[in-house]
Design a protein around this ligand. Structure first.
Ligand code: GDP
Length: 295
């Protein structure tokens, strides 16, 4: 993950590591290299520029602290700023409510259904939580089947109504079902499309309006770079979601989505998904991710 970005940042620090102190002059080249590395990792130009302007300002502002070397200082400033760009601190999942309702939305193929299964598996392991998965895709019978397979793998019930063509009604019925079966978390996996589509947005917005979820998680494939960020913007404009899930971080992803989404939509990344297996879900910690990027 983010290998190229990590390597590029490491090489950006090389020159400044040999300097006695940080000056306007010797920091300029480093900052330029960092900016290029970010842009090549699919970070939007404006975000990259703002980022490096802040890094420069902070590094110069701290030059009087002589306890650390210029190299160490730069690494620390960049690490802190990367964490801050990704949201600073982790953001908890809202699993409150009786039942708690979590709506999962995103494009088809983003990893929504896989994530829904992983989230159910993750929550099921937590004290007092008993999830119900809802296959609320009225267009693709295969999507219902896929969620059922995952549900049986992890031992979580899956609610579906294959004959019903009303996604809002299915969601409402699922919540009744959860109440009657003492399930206290309802995870609704909605239908996606290959591209942003008004009918899809309308449907998810209608489900949101009907069931008032405590969490609306937008799932996005991290491999899609700047497209991921644009898709996030479109979904957020329409749904005002509460958090982001980045998937496929096990692939050869460059980092742009992870680094830019929080800045663009001002919503936290809550989970990262890195594999097809049900136990490959992690809470997103911005500082740990920043540390990983810097190696
Ligand atoms: P949906 O259409 O949004 O529900 O997407 P799916 O959950 O069906 O995922 C689409 C494809 O991506 C499937 O083949 C999944 O197995 C795969 N997939 C989902 N999440 C991940 C992940 O984190 N890493 C990898 N490598 N593959 C994933």
């Amino acid at each position: 993950m983010f290998e190229s970005l990590s390597e590029r940042l490491e090489s950006a620090f090389k020159q400044i590591k040999g300097e006695g102190r940080i000056t306007e002059l010797n920091i300029a080249a480093t900052v330029k290299d960092i900016r290029r590395a970010l842009i090549d990792a699919d970070v939007n130009f404006k975000i990259a520029k703002e980022f490096t302007d802040t890094v420069k300002e902070k590094a110069l502002g701290q030059k009087v602290l002589t306890a650390v070397s210029p190299g160490q200082l730069m690494v620390k400033v960049v690490k802190d700023e990367l964490a801050s760009l990704m949201g600073g601190v982790e953001s908890e999942l809202n699993a409150k409510g009786s039942p708690a309702i979590i709506l999962v939305a995103g494009l088809q193929g983003s990893g929504k259904t896989t994530f829904s299964g992983k989230l159910a598996n993750y929550l099921k392991g937590r004290k007092g939580l008993s999830p119900l998965l809802v296959a609320d895709d009225i267009y693709r019978p295969a999507a219902i089947e896929q969620l059922k397979v995952l549900g049986s793998q992890i031992g979580v019930d899956v609610y579906s109504e294959p004959e019903n063509k009303d996604a809002v009604e299915i969601a409402r019925n699922a919540i009744k079902e959860a109440r009657s079966k003492n399930k206290n978390v309802v995870i609704i996996d909605t239908a996606g499309r290959l591209a942003i589509d008004e009918a899809m947005m309308k449907e998810v917005a209608a489900i949101k309006g009907a069931v008032n979820p405590g969490e609306i998680l937008f799932v996005v494939d991290s491999m899609t770079g700047q497209d991921a960020v644009n898709t996030a913007k479109a979904f957020n404009d329409r749904l005002d979601f509460t958090g982001v899930v980045l998937t496929k971080l096990d692939g050869d992803t460059r980092g742009g989505a992870a680094l830019s989404i929080k800045y663009t939509v001002n919503k936290p990344i809550k989970f990262i998904s890195s594999g097809e297996k049900m136990d490959t879900l992690d809470v997103f910690y911005p500082d740990r991710m920043a540390q990983r990027i810097l190696g």
